[in-house]
Design a protein around this ligand. Sequence first.
Ligand code: IPM
Ligand code: MG
Length: 369
Amino acid sequence: MAGDGVGPEAMAEVKRVIDWFVARRGLRLDLHEELYGISAWHAHGAVVRPEAWDLIDQADAILFGASGSPDYDAIPKHHWLPDNLLRMRSRLDLFDNRRPVRTFGGLEAMSSLRPEIIESADIVIVRELTAGLYFSEPRGIETLDDGRRRGTNSMTYTSDRVRRIAESAFELARRRSGRLCSVDKANVLEVSMLWREEVEKVHAQFPDVELSHMYVDNCAMQLVRNPRQFDVIVTENLFGDILSDCAAMVAGSIGMLPSASIGPKDITGRRQALYEPIHGSAPDIAGRGICNPIGSILSFGLCLTESFGLPDEADLLDRAVQRAIDGGARTADIAGGLPAIGTREMGDAVLRALDELHHETTPLTAAAS
Ligand code: IPM
Ligand code: MG
């Protein structure tokens, strides 16, 4: 689902990358394309038509482009919900949101942070995505008897919701450097006190992982002061939203960053997942063919690892992206002084690098579906 804004342009490059893996690496997948957002409204009179919800429910993995456009103002209000993306997260229970942030060699100068601060930083923010401040009740806007209006949102967590995201984060930390930092506001918020206690309890199952706790305000500062101190961070929904944008500066451009949102295991052991770039729909540059497709391309890379169980293929794609950058391929967001290329040319550069790397490795034998 390419969605709104720059989504379709970026997704066109992802499709070429997918086709490459099918043609060159023996990847097998059953790919459906479905309109989402403004384009779906024009085609079907619905931002997400019922058939689309069926496809969403059935899919092992959803590649998502972007959601959001000024054109929504022209659609009758009762026909669209600004929170379709949130509905998708909630409907599929995609509680486990992974936002990897790392520096790319050659792009250090794109960051507002000094190169020696960000060099070789490599962090994953694990954001709880279906509870917390975004979803808890009570919520709403009401008018009080005296005429003042009151807006309310709540941050609640039950112990099971904390424990399952903590377990995911501990497992991820175990596969990486073995360090997990849980971020909360336990000096003020009861919900955070509970969060901290439950994370501590889960830690008992992961004695090999080193656990630390940090307050969210301090974490925001530490991410720009010394990002290399972090490996895996686990945190509440809104805290993760804010910290992941902040951490994006480590990578120099938000255009480079992918994400995965993963659901619980179903009875067959499958975890449904949605993959999307972090950058959003960028309406100011949409339709001009200049957006950076790498966030979307690397989101497909996360799909190769998490949904298809093909981490070596994802690694190949990561290396191809790095090679394209090493070769000087730069969309406007990462151009600095260099001449900028368009979305399509960046896709070309990644495909060329894939071809080169392909000749240096062996194709996969196990098929994925
Ligand atoms: C994100 C975005 C979304 C969020 C918006 C578009 C609803 O900022 O994925 O980080 O707040 O979760
Ligand atoms: Mg955000």
